[in-house]
Design a protein around this ligand. Structure first.
Ligand SMILES: *Cc1c(COP(=O)(O)O)cnc(C)c1O
Length: 465
C-alpha cells in the first residue's frame, strides 16, 4: 500500500533520531553550517562523539576528578550563570569563595585564618602564576630597597609540573630545576642550597611530584634555608606546590609539617579539582599573611558595599566549581575527606603489593600517606628482559579500556621508563582488583606472544600529567 504522505506532512519532525535527515549525513567539520538542526538529534550526535574519548573513570593518568555526587551535578547546573568576576552582581558566590579561602587557611594552619589571604583560580597552574609572581615582586621590592639590580631573578624547584616551566618562561625568570639522578628523584636540601643566591626569588617544593607521586621534603628544605639565613643573611621564601598534597596531607598525614606551620612557607597552591574533589576548573592560592601578597597585584572591587580583593589572570570565569568546593567542605568535613582519601590509599597499597608480586616490576613509590599521594609507580627491574616494555603494557591495557600511562623521566633520568597509576575517588578497590586481573592477563599474553620489537616511548602515545 502506498504511504499516505498527507498524514505525515513533515516526516522529519517526529522524534526518531538516527534515521532522521539531520543524522543521515556527515555533519559539518570545518565550514560554518548554514542550516538549523533539531536540538535533540544534534545532542545525540555530539554526545556520541564524546564516547570516542574513552571512559574517563578508567583513565588512571589524570589527577582530576572524574566522578561526582549527583548533588554536584545539580549545583553545577544551578550555577551555570554565575560569573566569578562579578563580585558585586553575585555577592553570595563571592562570599562563598571567601569562606573557602578562610577554611583553607584554617586547614593549612595559617597564623590568622579568620583573615585568610588568597583566592580561587582556574586550577593550580593559574595559582602557581600568582604565587610565583608574588615571590618575584617581593624579591624586586627588597632588591630595590637595597639599591641592587633586579634583572636576573631565579627560581629553584625539583622536577616540576609544566606550569612552573611556563611561569619561569612567561615571566623571564631563570629556572634552576634540580635534575633527577639515579636513586634520587626528588629535591634535597643540599641540592637546593647549592643553587641559592641573592637572586633567588624562592624555592618550590612539590607535595606530590607528577612523575612518581612522592612528597618533596618541605620541612627539611625549610630547615636548611633557616640555616642558610643564619649563616649568610639570605632569606629565601618557600612556595609549596600542593596541587595534590594540599588536599591530602592535612587529612591523611596530619603530622607532616609542610604548610604555614613552617614560617618560611609564604604561599601554597592547590587544585580543587584534584583531591579537593570539586569538578574541573578550580584551584586555590593562599598567602601566609597579608604582607606576603604585594599590594600591586591586588585590584580592589566593590562588593556588598565593602571591598574585596580581585587577584586573577582571567576576567570572566565560571563560579559553579567554587560553589561545589564549598559544598564539599560542608558535606565532607575533615572526616569525610579522610575517609575518601583513606580508601584511595588502601587501594594504592593493594595495587603496589600486587604489582610488586607480578615479577618483572620494581615499585618506585608504593602510595603511602606519609610519603606522597595515593598513586603507585613502578619500573622494570634492573636487568629484567620480560619481552615487553612498559609502553607495550600500557598499549595492551587499552584493550580493556584502561589508561595506565608509561613515560620516561625528565633530566637526568631520561633513560628510565616508569609507569604510574593514580588512585582517586571512584577508582574503587573492586575496580583495582579487576585491573590487577587484566594486568595478569596482559603478562600472560606477552608470554604467549613475545613482542619482537617492544614499543619505545616515541611510538607509544605519551600521556601523563
Ligand atoms: C596538576 C598539577 C599542576 C597543575 O594544576 P592544574 O590544576 O591542572 O592547573 C601543578 N603542579 C602539580 C604538582 C600538579 O600535580
Amino acid at each position: 500500500m502506498a504511504k499516505d504522505h498527507s498524514a505525515f506532512p513533515n516526516e522529519d519532525s517526529y522524534d526518531e533520531t538516527y534515521g532522521s535527515g539531520d543524522l543521515s549525513t556527515i555533519l559539518p567539520k570545518s565550514d560554518f553550517p548554514d542550516a538549523e538542526r533539531d536540538p535533540r538529534r544534534i545532542y545525540a550526535a555530539v554526545r556520541d562523539e564524546l564516547m570516542l574519548d574513552g571512559n574517563s573513570r578508567q583513565n588512571l593518568a589524570t589527577f582530576c576528578q572524574t566522578w561526582e555526587e549527583p548533588e554536584i551535578h545539580q549545583l553545577m547546573d544551578d550555577c551555570i550563570d554565575k560569573n566569578m568576576v562579578d563580585k558585586d552582581e553575585y555577592p553570595q558566590t563571592a562570599e562563598i569563595e571567601a569562606r573557602c579561602v578562610r577554611m583553607l587557611a584554617d586547614l593549612w594552619n595559617a597564623p590568622d585564618p579568620g583573615n585568610g589571604v588568597g583566592c580561587s583560580t582556574t586550577g593550580s597552574s593559574e595559582a602557581a602564576m600568582l604565587g610565583g609572581l608574588a615571590m618575584k615582586r617581593r624579591w624586586e621590592a627588597r632588591r630595590r630597597a637595597e639599591g641592587k639590580p633586579i634583572d636576573k631573578p631565579n627560581l629553584i624547584t625539583g622536577p616540576v609540573q609544566i606550569c612552573w616551566h611556563k611561569f619561569t618562561r612567561y615571566w623571564d625568570i631563570e629556572h634552576r630545576e634540580i635534575p633527577m639522578e639515579d636513586g634520587r628523584l626528588l629535591m634535597t636540601p643540599e641540592e637546593v642550597l647549592a643553587r641559592c643566591d641573592e637572586n633567588t626569588i624562592g624555592v618550590v617544593p612539590t607535595l606530590g611530584v607528577t612523575f612518581t607521586g612522592e612528597y618533596e621534603p618541605v620541612k627539611a628544605v625549610s630547615d636548611a634555608l633557616d640555616d642558610l639565613q643564619a649563616r649568610t643573611g639570605l632569606d629565601v621564601p618557600i612556595h609549596v606546590d600542593g596541587a595534590s598534597g594540599g588536599f591530602l596531607a592535612p587529612f591523611c598525614a596530619p603530622d607532616l609539617e609542610w604548610d604555614f606551620r613552617l614560617p618560611r612557607v609564604r604561599s601554597i597552591n592547590t587544585s580543587g579539582h584534584k583531591f579537593g574533589l570539586a569538578p574541573l576548573g578550580v584551584g586555590w592560592v593562599l598567602w601566609r599573611e597579608e604582607q606576603d601578597l604585594p599590594e600591586e597585584m591586588v585590584f580592589w572591587v566593590n562588593y556588598l558595599g565593602g571591598n574585596m580583593r580581585d587577584i586573577a589572570l582571567n576576567f570572566s570565569r565560571p563560579g559553579g566549581q567554587i560553589v561545589c568546593q564549598y559544598y564539599n567542605f560542608l558535606r565532607l568535613g575533615r572526616n569525610g575527606y579522610r575517609k575518601i582519601h583513606g580508601a584511595c590509599y588502601r587501594s594504592a597499597a593493594f595495587l603496589a603489593d600486587e604489582i610488586g608480586k607480578m615479577g618483572p616490576f620494581e615499585i618506585v613509590y608504593d602510595g603511602n600517606p606519609e610519603g606522597g599521594i595515593p598513586a603507585v609507580s613502578w619500573k622494570m627491574k634492573d636487568g629484567a628482559e620480560p619481552g615487553f616494555s612498559l609502553f607495550d603494557l600500557a598499549d595492551r591495557l587499552r584493550v580493556r579500556g584502561w589508561q595506565v600511562p608509561a613515560y620516561t623521566l625528565p633530566a637526568n633520568c631520561e633513560h628510565q621508563a616508569i609507569q604510574r597509576i593514580l588512585v582517586r575517588n571512584g577508582v574503587s578497590f573492586d575496580l583495582c582488583s579487576l585491573l590487577v586481573d587484566h594486568m595478569k592477563d596482559a603478562l600472560a599474553h606477552f608470554e604467549a606472544h613475545p613482542i619482537q620489537e617492544p614499543l619505545s616511548k616515541h611510538e607509544a602515545s605519551g600521556f601523563h600529567h
